[in-house]
Design a protein. Sequence first.
Length: 93
Amino acid sequence: MKQRNLKALISKIILFYSIFFGAMKIIAVLFQDAWPLPNLIMAIPFVIFAFIGGIMLKRDTYSWVYVAAGVIVISIVRYYEIQWLQQLQQYFN
């Protein structure tokens, strides 16, 4: 597999995951009475990755920096998500 294809594939996975995660946070807030502000704050990095990924997809240029940052940020946010949501809710409540 070519490096460009691998880079494009991982970039598209990050893009679609970011869109999915952001949509799930919005659905949770609207329909499942989840805490609005903490969930929307947690969705901010994914909105940014979706926006940047959309631009990269449109231009058909991909970056290893985007891939590395996406993997690291997604992993960290998903690992600490519950703790951060609780801390944000306590802070804003």
